[in-house]
Design a protein around this ligand. Structure first.
Ligand code: PLP
Length: 457
């Protein structure tokens, strides 16, 4: 029989997968190490088990103990899986910029989660670093792994991630790229790779709003570099002990927007449904590769986690638009529906004086359910088949009346730039259709069927 004794035995040995589309025009082979194959769906499973086992060996963590950590979610998941396997309790402090999904996931695996404010200094007693530290002092037999300064973090990657990359590339790896948060992934695996081949180039990906790049390049810890940003998991306002700057050859900063857009491309073009910092890593790594890689070079990029944790953020079009990360032109609009029509198509209308019977015949012949009503050039009302049916059942004699007697108010006009989500929110039982004027001032009708076919693409 082939089985593992515990879920934590499945950690590591994640696959290397070639990037084929987003790498267009770049020389060399670009391989992604897809860490969402770990049981907790992130690279942090590797350090969870290592920090706990090292603490057990050092006698810091004893049976029945509590693990307390400040974590953006992924490390919490990694710690929680090992805690479950070994019977420890977990309390995690997270900052309020973290996605609700990450917090829910931690609670799902039995952890207690305390949400702390993001926009306070790390030494502020309300910060998630400080709260974790205080709980560690207050709760007996508790262990504070502190992924930032606990060198078991980098050691986990030195012992697993690095050797895996070396073996999987058969020693051909020339460049290693990775987002830098605690620094464990870049420095642990990067150290191992440089020991095998000192020419391996380690590229660290940083965010705008983080201190790393400037510190590496100038030795200055510049407070002015620190400001709030949205990307989760990378960049810091502190210098964690796991960051060994001598092991990182170059830093590249990536904006929240470039990272988010690249993450969505990875899902759509490569079939890799990954997390936000994966877009940062790939965007920054490719910027470096475009300038420096040769045909025979092999770059490995770490993709730390899975896309489910960001469904309500970067994978949500409305959220992307609200943050200015997608231009309005990236969305289908009323204009797209109008332009997809035949230029000779004219708006069908009925005049107020037309008999109801004739209007019904027209609707049936044209296979439509609603039509604007005009009085000369003016649109003065609307007719819908359901309304006519109801009226005909009540008063069959109405069939010989003019449509003006049972018409509803005109359909609402919308703008050409209104997006499909806005249009669909305006169409309901009461408002069966919308009207829009094109660039040549011609009026077009938009129905639910038009929206459906536009959404189906
Ligand atoms: C999603 C995500 N990406 C990247 C990283 C950075 O990895 P490291 O902390 O090893 O530098 C983290 C760490 O928190 C993370 O959660």
């Amino acid at each position: 029989m082939q089985y593992y004794n515990s879920i934590v035995d499945t950690i590591g040995d994640t696959p290397l997968v070639k990037l084929n589309k987003v790498t267009k025009g770049i020389k060399g082979t670009i391989l992604a190490k897809v860490e969402y194959f770990n049981p907790g769906n992130s690279v942090k499973d590797r350090i969870g088990i290592k920090m706990i086992e090292d603490a057990e060996k050092a006698g810091i963590l004893r049976p029945g103990g509590t693990i307390i950590e400040g974590t953006s979610g992924n490390t919490g998941m990694g710690l929680a899986l090992t805690a479950i396997a070994k019977g420890y309790k977990c309390i995690f402090t997270v900052s309020d910029k973290q996605s609700q999904e990450k917090i829910n996931i931690l609670r799902a695996v039995g952890a207690e989660v305390i949400v702390c404010p993001t926009n306070v200094a790390p030494e502020d007693p309300r910060s998630y670093y400080s709260v974790a530290r205080r709980l560690n002092q207050e709760i007996p037999n508790s262990f504070y792994p502190n992924q930032y300064d606990n060198l078991s973090n980098a050691a986990a990657h030195y012992e697993t991630t690095g050797p895996e990359i070396w073996a999987q590339t058969e020693g051909k790896v020339t460049h290693y790229a990775c987002g830098v948060g605690t620094g464990g992934t870049i420095c642990g695996a990067g150290k191992y790779l440089k020991e095998q081949n000192p020419n391996v180039v380690n590229v660290g990906i940083d965010t705008y709003g983080s201190v790393f790049k400037k510190y590496k390049e100038t030795g200055v810890f510049d407070e002015n570099e620190i400001y709030p940003y949205l990307t989760e998991g990378i960049g810091e306002d502190i210098l964690p002990k796991n960051v060994d700057f001598s092991l990182i050859d170059h830093f590249i900063k990536v904006t929240d927007k470039d990272a988010a857009v690249m993450t969505r491309r990875l899902a759509r073009e490569e079939g890799m449904f990954v997390g936000w910092s994966c877009g940062s890593a790939v965007y920054g790594a490719l910027e470096y590769a475009r300038e420096h890689m040769k045909e025979e070079d092999v770059m490995v990029i770490i993709l730390p986690d899975h896309g489910t944790r960001y469904l309500n953020k970067i994978y949500n079009d409305t959220w992307m638009k609200d943050h200015g990360f997608l231009e309005a032109r990236d969305f289908a609009t009323a204009r797209d529906i109008v332009h997809s029509r035949n230029i000779s198509d004219r708006l069908l209308t009925v005049d107020t004086v037309m008999k109801v019977n004739d209007a019904v015949r027209l609707l049936t012949k044209e296979g439509i359910s609603q039509i604007p009503v005009t009085d000369g050039e003016q649109i003065v009302g609307s007719l819908t088949d359901s309304k006519i049916l109801g009226q005909l059942i009540e008063k069959p004699e109405i069939r010989d009346s003019p449509v003006s007697e049972l018409m509803d108010p005109p359909f609402k006009f919308v703008g050409l730039d209104n997006t499909l989500d806005v249009l669909s929110s305006l169409i309901d039982k009461e408002n069966k259709a919308l009207l829009v004027r094109d660039e040549l001032n011609r009026v077009h009708i938009i129905t639910q069927a038009d929206l459906l076919s536009a959404m189906a693409g």
